[in-house]
Design a protein around this ligand. Structure first.
Ligand SMILES: C[S@@+](CC[C@H](N)C(=O)[O-])C[C@H]1O[C@@H](n2cnc3c(N)ncnc32)[C@H](O)[C@@H]1O
Length: 234
């Protein structure tokens, strides 16, 4: 039976149990979390899928019903669930956790769902096909390595969009990930692979459940960044 009564303290202990995990251990952790992932993320103030879809729409002018979306690290399907309400219809999802993919399958929204541990296995997606590639909640240290963004760009069609969110606590490894990711984004722009559309800082990415200090809840948020890039036409 799923636990529907986890509060922030419970979640803090639960998340700390996978601190420092390698990618295989992290996927096991997500397999065990899949059933209560959505309700726990509501408790953690996780509104990133909403923020990301709004961010995309502010900067995108295609006809949603014609758009092919690749949802990378799709989890249980929160992003596709929101996009469907706005008229998007065609989704392919990829995730490293079979448990999360099983939940995503229950939405009935995805044409295909593929299992892949990114960074270790190649992104299982058709090259040059997708109008929009989303990767939300998974670009951070210990999750999807920043080098995978080249594969996201490859999967986009010429002129297609790649919409990314990055988050992480202020820590040496979190900051290092941000620096490396942003260096790679810039390098790809200099290589002519894509152009920068817009970057937006997000103040309240989600509640920092790791923070045990006496801060009131409103001060305990992790910050993040949204990035939107457009693949070169040739
Ligand atoms: C915080 S969840 C985000 C899920 C969804 N995009 C959302 O916003 O609700 C992170 C997801 O990334 C997946 N993930 C983490 N590391 C991964 C990796 N190296 N390869 C593939 N998936 C990974 C996890 O299985 C999990 O579903």
């Amino acid at each position: 039976m799923s636990d529907s009564s986890r509060n922030l303290d419970d979640l803090s202990s639960f998340l700390k149990s996978c601190e420092g995990a390698d990618s295989k251990q992290r996927i096991k952790f997500y397999n065990s979390w899949a059933e209560t992932y959505e309700q726990d993320h509501i408790a953690m103030g996780y509104r990133v899928p909403h923020q990301a879809v709004a961010f995309l729409l502010e900067n995108f002018s295609g006809r949603p019903e014609e758009v092919q979306v690749l949802d990378v690290a799709c989890g249980t399907g929160l992003v596709a669930n929101l996009m469907v309400e706005l008229g998007f219809k065609h989704f392919v999802g990829v995730d490293g956790s079979q448990g999360m993919l099983d939940q995503a399958a229950k939405t009935g929204l995805y044409k295909e769902l593929k299992l892949a541990l990114l960074g270790t296995e190649p992104l299982p997606a058709q090259t040059g096909f997708f109008d929009v590639v989303m990767i939300i909640g998974a670009l951070r240290d210990g999750f999807v390595p920043f080098g995978v963004i080249r594969e996201l760009c490859l999967a986009a069609k010429p002129g297609g969009y790649v919409c990314m969110s990055r988050n992480g606590r202020e820590s040496e490894s979190g900051n290092q990930y941000k620096v490396s990711l942003e260096k790679e984004l810039l390098l790809m722009e200099e290589e002519g692979l894509w152009s920068h559309v817009i970057t937006k800082e997000i103040d309240r990415y989600m509640i920092d459940v790791y923070d045990d200090s006496d801060h009131v809840q409103s001060e305990r948020y992790i910050h993040g960044t949204m990035y939107l890039y457009r693949k070169a036409l040739q």
